[in-house]
Design a protein around this ligand. Structure first.
Ligand code: F6P
Length: 319
């Protein structure tokens, strides 16, 4: 292994830059040449590839987004697109690729591995929906952004004695909603992984009112549907004034937290080490604060498991 490359793919996540920096610096430290692929798999197909140096990743550890840009490439899903990508990698004499992204990006990396090209995945997504890793890069920053936003909404919710229904990202996973709901003291958290009856949500609101609560916060994971739908039913059933906030893409931006920078630095460096060891078709993860690596097949065959004990805890603390 002499020459490797790194790309970021799918939804950007805070900490992706720290992962790219770690990969570049670890590669140079280990005597490898490293190239950056711009615009994800689209750039790989088009040969948007440039050599990176220690200096090209200076001053990025604290920046959100990704300096390599990102994309969701339809063409790369096709056999023809994958062949074009491999031809580009061969043209540049690249023997190994690090892909920082989510499960869709890993499926792409797996295709390259199947064709004999060495690839290692680094989980970067705010959704925390990748199996075999306790955390993904970007989750902690997005979580903190959500909690800060809820704290602000709480100020106005209290002042106006209103019920707020706040929709958060996460795609099909409820991790962001659950952790944010617990950390911000929400009355109810509605996530795809747990059934929550409307009767129960309304009962909890009334119970709060009986003991003198003047406002309520309900968190809805985007994976269960829109917050407006819940707001309408709650208004109908309680007669209370409700407001809806969809936090949207603000959740994806911002300077990564120290946790995400640490995680990204450890994972980015580990990915380079795996390529040097000749490993391929694997994903880096973190389990019990130890960096691990698992087969893409193993990781992608599983369904992401949310810790339902946290959900139960949130329910008992918001009675
Ligand atoms: O996967 C990250 C994520 O932000 C999800 O939480 C969300 O559902 C999706 O990407 C939004 O994608 P886009 O930026 O393409 O609208």
């Amino acid at each position: 292994m002499k020459r490797i490359a790194v790309l970021t793919s799918g939804g950007d996540a805070p900490g992706m830059n720290a992962a790219v920096r770690a990969a570049v610096r670890r590669a140079v430290y280990s005597g490898l040449e490293i190239f950056g692929v711009y615009h994800g798999y689209t750039g790989l197909i088009n040969g948007d590839i440039k050599e990176m140096t220690l200096g090209s990743v200076g001053d990025i550890i604290h920046r959100g987004g990704t300096v390599l840009y990102t994309a969701r490439s339809e063409e790369f899903r096709t056999e023809e697109g994958q062949q074009k990508a491999i031809a580009q990698l061969q043209k540049y004499g690249i023997d190994g690729l690090i892909v920082v992204g989510g499960d869709g990006s890993f499926r792409g990396a797996q295709k390259l591995s199947e064709k004999g090209f060495k690839t290692i995945g680094v989980p970067g997504t705010i959704d925390n929906d990748i199996p075999c890793t306790d955390y993904t890069i970007g989750f902690d920053t997005a979580l903190n952004t959500i909690v800060e936003s809820i704290d602000k909404i709480r100020d106005t919710a209290t002042s106006h004695e209103r019920t707020y229904i706040i929709e958060v990202m996460g795609r099909d996973a409820g991790d962001l909603a659950l952790y944010a709901g617990l950390a911000a003291g929400a009355e109810s958290i509605i996530i795809p992984e747990a059934d929550q009856e409307m009767d129960d949500i309304v009962d909890r609101l009334h119970a709060g009112q009986r003991r003198g609560k003047k406002h309520s916060i309900i968190i809805v994971a985007e994976g269960v549907g829109s917050a407006s739908k819940y707001a309408e039913v709650i208004k109908e059933r309680t007669g209370w004034e409700t407001r809806v906030t969809v936090l949207g893409h603000v959740q994806r931006g911002g300077s990564p937290t120290a946790f995400d920078r640490m995680l990204a630095s450890r994972m980015g460096a580990a990915a380079v080490d795996l390529l040097i060891e000749g490993k391929t078709d694997r994903m880096v993860g973190i389990q019990n604060n130890k960096i691990v690596d698992v087969d893409f097949d193993e990781a992608l065959a599983q369904k992401h498991q949310l810790d339902l004990s946290v959900y139960q805890l949130a329910r008992t603390l918001s009675i």
